[in-house]
Design a protein around this ligand. Structure first.
Ligand code: SAJ
Length: 416
């Protein structure tokens, strides 16, 4: 293939490590680079520092074959894949410092002829920014060969895998590859063809950056529509679940499901990158974010009302802390925020959280003296107000288990 035999993957997180492992098990020599010494040691022992089905098999196999190793330093390689975090800062613009640091590590290693791919979800023009950082440090190189300078090829290839299904979706999902130049896109396609069986679609870098952001914004806007309907329906005394089910019988209507808000580290973040790029024109995208961010506040108000109406001394049970059903991931979970806020606002009320996928409370909840992690049975036996925030399959028959409690069905399980 091309002239790529060695690949350096910068960032050994949820995306970088699976990508490094799958390239290595497909015959390339891969060095994974990370700033975390513990991650480096774990990978070099053939271990995976987080839970992802089937990943350990790939990592162990690749390390024992000598095809994958991890290092704190960026080595020289034929291709580089940058998969570092792009969080947003307090003003809701993207923090590109991790990309910048990766570029600074790569620049001194380059000789010309290398392929450099940015995989991190990025605001528009981040790939060009990465190229500029590299070329700023290496004015002897170029993107197009101008002045007879050796070239580097720079592309963006966003990941779209769903946590929990990464090793399957890496292989089966279609991929978008956006090159700063056409040649960069073509070379990146060739590299991904090593393991990707989906269609690989070529475009320019900014379109590829936007495609990823637009996919997640599309979902955010549609969830916001459902969440807005749930608040309006509550005011009108209409069952929003029945309403949506009926409306969805129309052949061209497909409304998503309301919930306690949008969690995870993608859908609640990525739309802000578009808003930041063009604040004046991103009206629907911004409003959708605001609607979804406001939903946990609305849920808290509903719980406070229910507690006020219940007998004195009523406790609250929270069903589910994760950001979506049947996983243990609590990152940016609206349920965690709701639970903490209720406990803070009602210091004399016991808040019993039920989360079958964890064995101890996250630090933000453990710090609150009136929150405890209990079983479903205990919560139902002791709490007068029951709030269902996550539709884990363990909770789907809750209707049959309820007695006299006030039940706030934020995911509509009773209407299924
Ligand atoms: N949610 C609702 N109602 C719905 C659907 C979802 O309230 O009808 C909520 C969920 O409860 C959750 C949040 O939205 O809190 C997000 O969950 P999700 O399953 O929609 O998405 P994620 O965040 O797990 O993964 C998304 C995926 N993107 C799309 O579906 C467009 C995934 O393919 C991406 O790879 C991932 O973001 C990412 O890394 O960007």
């Amino acid at each position: 293939m091309d002239n790529i035999a060695t690949v350096a993957v910068i960032g050994l997180g949820y995306i970088g490590l699976p990508t490094a492992a799958i390239l290595a098990t497909n015959g390339l020599n891969v060095v994974g680079v990370d700033v975390n010494e513990k991650t480096i040691e774990a990978v070099n022992r053939g271990e995976v520092p987080f839970v992802e089905p089937d990943l350990a098999v790939h990592v162990t196999g690749a390390v024992s074959q000598g095809r994958l190793k991890a290092s704190l330093d960026t080595p020289s390689a034929d291709a580089y894949i940058v998969a570092v975090p792009t969080p947003f800062n307090a003003e809701r613009s993207a923090d590109l410092s991790y990309i910048e640091a990766a570029a600074k590590g790569i620049a001194p290693q380059l000789q010309g002829g290398e392929l450099i791919i940015l995989e991190s979800t990025s605001p528009p023009r981040a790939t060009r920014y990465m190229a500029d950082v590299i070329l700023g440090l290496r004015p002897d190189l170029s993107l197009n060969g101008e002045g007879g300078k050796p070239t580097i090829d720079v592309a963006h290839c966003p990941e779209r895998v769903l946590p929990g299904r990464v090793m399957i979706e890496l292989v089966t999902n279609d991929r978008i590859v956006g090159g700063v130049t056409t040649r960069a896109a073509e070379r990146a396609k060739e590299l991904y063809s090593v393991f990707c069986q989906g269609e690989i679609l070529l475009t320019d870098d900014v379109t590829a950056e936007m495609a990823k952001l637009v996919e997640n914004s599309f979902r955010d806007v549609n969830i916001a529509f459902a969440n807005e309907l749930s608040v309006i329906s509550d005011k009108l005394g209409v069952d929003v679940w029945e309403l949506i089910r009926l409306a969805n019988h129309h052949p061209r209507v497909n409304i998503l499901q309301p919930g306690p808000g949008v969690g995870g580290h993608c859908i609640a973040v990525d739309p802000w990158f578009i808003v930041d790029a063009d604040p004046e024109n991103s009206r629907i995208i911004r409003t959708a974010r605001e609607v979804n961010d406001a939903k946990p506040v609305w849920v808290v108000e509903k719980v406070l009302e229910a507690v006020a109406q219940a007998e004195a001394g009523a406790d609250v049970a929270i069903m589910g802390l994760s950001f979506k059903p049947n996983i243990d991931d609590l990152r940016e979970s609206p349920s965690v925020e709701i639970t903490r806020t209720i406990a803070e606002l009602l210091p004399n009320v016991l808040v019993r959280a039920v989360e079958p996928h964890i064995s101890e409370l996250p630090a933000s909840l453990a710090a609150q003296p009136n929150i405890s992690l209990v079983t479903l049975e205990e919560a139902l036996a002791t709490s007068a107000v029951v709030v269902l925030l996550v539709d884990h399959h363990e909770f789907l028959d809750i209707g049959a288990r309820l007695d006299e409690q006030t039940f706030l069905d934020i995911r509509g399980v009773l209407s299924r």
